[in-house]
Design a protein around this ligand. Structure first.
Ligand SMILES: [Zn+2]
Ligand SMILES: [Zn+2]
Length: 256
């Protein structure tokens, strides 16, 4: 399984893109920085897009992807039913931008919305996909994804503290999770359903207690305003837990 981090941040700038991951060139997870990262021919290889929740930094490029896929859709978009409802009501609503579930042609649209149920495994393009609810301030799932050759990754999406119900279920070889702000802004993180390095440490201690090991961890959704602080604090957590924790970056490629 090849994972490429297309976007690793929660704010966009010349050097940072919004969160988006790409698995084996065919399955995208979150669409914050999907089209801004990939050539048209690379976008044409994408068979499915999984969305964790409806916040704009995770769905923005569904609009631009939908326009590009005019020529080759339909592409399946998977998310909780409520998340798909928000996208079709507020973004792809034929007011702000076209309804790509109907256009260019109702019988051959750009995008096809496919609702997922939490805690219920789906088979998507040959991969086992289990959506697991996490604690954010809108309905959000993380995805445990297992490839046909049995490699697996768990991506939490945006989450605050309290992932232990996920840790009871997943057995990944790689954990991709978020660290949005440094410890000095921990109250802000807690109020908005995000993690600081210290809160990440608590989650990882829980993971190790429940599962008896820690996989390599990659963090995304960093605020570029504080990346230096976050980097130092995450390095400290890695040292204390004797864990391998790497800050993700745009273009990072991991092979399992
Ligand atoms: Zn969010
Ligand atoms: Zn976000």
């Amino acid at each position: 399984m090849e994972i490429v981090i297309l976007g690793a941040h929660n704010c966009e700038s010349l050097n940072t893109r919004l969160v988006s991951l790409l698995i084996d060139q065919t399955i995208a997870i979150d669409a914050g920085g999907l089209t801004s990262s990939l050539s048209i021919s690379a976008q044409q290889q994408i068979k499915a897009i999984l969305i964790t929740h409806h916040h704009f930094d995770h769905i923005r490029d569904l609009a631009t992807f939908g326009m590009n896929a005019y020529m080759w859709g339909p592409i399946n978009v998977y998310a909780l039913d409520s998340v798909l409802g928000v996208i079709s009501t507020h973004l792809l609503n034929d007011v702000l931008y076209p309804d790509f579930q109907q256009k260019p042609l109702p019988e051959k649209p750009s995008l096809k919305f496919c609702p997922l149920e939490p805690n219920k495994e789906a088979i998507i393009e040959g991969y086992r996909v289990l959506p697991l609810p996490v604690h954010h301030n809108v309905p959000t799932v993380g995805y445990w994804i297992t490839s046909p050759d049995k490699k697996s990754l768990f991506y939490t999406g945006d989450t605050g503290s309290g992932c232990s119900s996920c840790w009871e279920v997943v057995l990944p070889e790689l954990l991709i999770t978020e660290v949005s702000v440094p410890n000095s802004l921990e109250m802000m993180a807690q109020a908005s359903g995000h993690l600081s390095p210290r809160l990440l440490k608590e989650e990882l201690l829980d993971f190790k207690r429940i599962r008896g090991y820690l996989p390599p961890i990659v963090t995304v959704h960093m605020s570029p305003h504080f990346e230096g602080e976050i980097r130092e604090e995450v390095a400290q957590v890695a040292k204390e837990l004797e864990a391998k924790i790497t800050l993700g970056y745009e273009g990072m490629r991991i092979v399992l």
